[in-house]
Design a protein around this ligand. Structure first.
Ligand SMILES: Cc1cc2nc3c(=O)[nH]c(=O)nc-3n(C[C@H](O)[C@H](O)[C@H](O)COP(=O)(O)O)c2cc1C
Length: 476
């Protein structure tokens, strides 16, 4: 992360951020700090940068040209138009979601005003974000910029040690942090809560969570309003979709819940969601649409509950799947505020979607999750515009030829039990072709390798046409 601070007091910035964790991060090169003195860009022979305001009134105004020239020097140096943050009480209130969002940039420019402010025209020309750190007025923007840089840097990889960064902390999931205790066990007659001495990690975790919720309710009830319970409900016979859904859920909450719709029994259990829930509904793409599983997602019931639909696919295309999912979930009482189509390994080819979602995909997931978090915090439930036909003609799917080797089969019935559509007869081991969705879960789960399939034909077709890497698409 490279910070560029346009200021009249560069030494204030350099000194303020030169020690402790941020000093260390600069030395190790995780962050760089370039304090640009706006005065160096004055054309005035006395290096003045301010003048009287048009229309009269108290105080001086920073002139447009020196600010603009200082900005231009940064733009030229880095070779692209960066995000430019102007610190002002008129801006959007700085919060944890903004911290994490800004931490994803490579360069950030902070513009610090002084006196009565900066000529409006240069703000219009260069500023991309107006940000306030609180409802009070400072003597200049420098302290506010430093506050922002400190908070953002904590999310730059490598700035915090792994131990520091892995810990639960205030404001993740809009919860305040639980209380901490250290030695001695009894201090001036006050004992450490007993559970912390129990060594039972599960109990300790539950206690900490309880404390967090109680504290937030008591001290910051406004944050409770911003809280959402994230649940990912996924259908995923060979677990590619599951992995993508878990990655997204992990970006949206520290403690997501899961509903495994691959299991027939779970699909029969009805679950209700409220307005403080967020559902991620995830399924793989089969022939450009949802797998032909009767009643998929119909055990989930929302009450104007926000929802993200995820159509995971094997690098060919998702076609109508997102639109189809949105239609079903809307009928179930959800509002689809977002859609995402990640690439996952294709069951019929070891070359398509291999290793996906990968590190690049993770970044896109994170950006998408941050946008969703912002939408939830703003209670903005505008339905997403999703591509495709919401009611496609069902496609008969032939799938690859499947084999069963009676000499290897131990009749453990794992395949029959785990078949997501109950297409395998547990006595005869025969597959009912009218029910089978060709997901190949039976071959994956058979411990004796008695089940297999021959995907050579479809594999050759897919690899001949769809090898070019596709990127994750997000819709809001
Ligand atoms: C019958 C069938 C049809 C498929 N059709 C498509 C498709 O149209 N487009 C595509 O990109 N991937 C397609 N795939 C691949 C799946 O979307 C996905 O990559 C994987 O095979 C299944 O996901 P899972 O691991 O969550 O079960 C198909 C897979 C199967 C089994």
């Amino acid at each position: 992360m490279n910070y560029h601070v346009l200021t009249l007091f560069p030494e204030m910035i350099e000194q303020g951020l030169g020690t402790s964790i941020l000093g260390r991060a600069q030395k190790s090169g995780r962050i760089t700090l370039d304090a640009v003195n706006i005065r160096d860009y004055s054309e005035d022979k006395h290096m003045r940068v301010d003048d009287y305001p048009y229309g009269g009134g108290a105080g001086m105004v920073m002139q447009a040209e020196p600010v603009y020239r200082a900005y231009q020097a940064v733009e030229q140096k880095i070779g692209h138009k960066p995000r430019v943050i102007y610190l002002t009480p008129q801006g959007r209130l700085f919060d944890q979601t903004m911290v994490e969002e800004l931490a994803m940039e490579e360069d950030l420019v902070f513009l610090c005003g002084h006196y009565e402010g900066i000529d409006e025209r240069v703000l219009e020309e260069v500023v991309t974000d107006y940000v306030s750190i609180g409802d009070y007025v400072l003597t200049g923007g420098e302290l506010a910029a430093m506050v922002m840089i400190d908070a953002i840097s904590r999310f730059v990889p490598g700035v915090l040690g792994s131990e520091e960064s892995a810990q639960f902390e205030s404001l993740q999931d809009n919860l305040l942090e639980y209380p901490h205790y250290s030695r001695p066990e009894i201090w001036r007659g006050r004992a450490v809560p007993e559970v912390l001495l129990s060594g039972d990690h599960k109990k300790i975790e539950a206690w900490r969570r309880e404390q967090s919720v109680a504290r937030t309710k008591e001290r910051r009830p406004d944050l409770m309003e911003k809280q959402y319970t994230v649940t990912a409900a996924y259908f995923s016979p060979t677990e590619g979709t599951k992995r993508a859904a878990e990655m997204l859920a992990g970006e949206l909450s520290q403690t997501p819940k899961y509903i495994e719709l691959t299991r027939r029994r779970i699909r029969r259990q009805h679950v209700k969601f409220g307005s403080h829930d967020l559902l991620i509904a995830a399924a793989p793409v089969y022939g450009g649409q949802l797998p032909g599983v009767e009643g998929l997602f119909e055990n989930l019931h929302g009450e104007n509950t926000p929802c993200i639909v995820m159509a995971a696919y094997g690098n060919r295309h998702y076609d109508d799947t997102l639109a189809q999912m949105a239609k079903i979930l809307t009928q179930q009482g959800f509002i689809c505020i977002g859609g995402i189509a990640p690439i996952i390994p294709h069951i019929y080819s070891d070359k398509l979607g291999t290793g996906r979602p990968d590190g690049e995909d993770a970044k896109i997931f994170r950006q998408f999750a941050l946008k969703i978090r912002r939408r939830l915090e703003d209670h903005d439930f505008t339905p997403a515009e999703l591509p495709g036909n919401p009611s496609p003609e069902p496609k008969p799917m032939k799938g690859a030829p499947k084999f069963w080797d009676g000499t290897k089969c131990t009749h453990c019935q794992t395949c029959a039990l785990k078949c997501p559509v109950g297409a395998i007869d547990a006595d005869t081991m025969q597959i009912r072709e009218d029910l089978c969705i060709h997901c190949m879960r039976c071959a994956k789960v058979c411990p004796a390798e008695a089940r297999s399939y021959d995907a050579s034909q479809v594999k050759a077709y897919l690899e001949g046409n769809y090898m070019a890497r596709r990127e994750v698409e997000c819709f809001l």
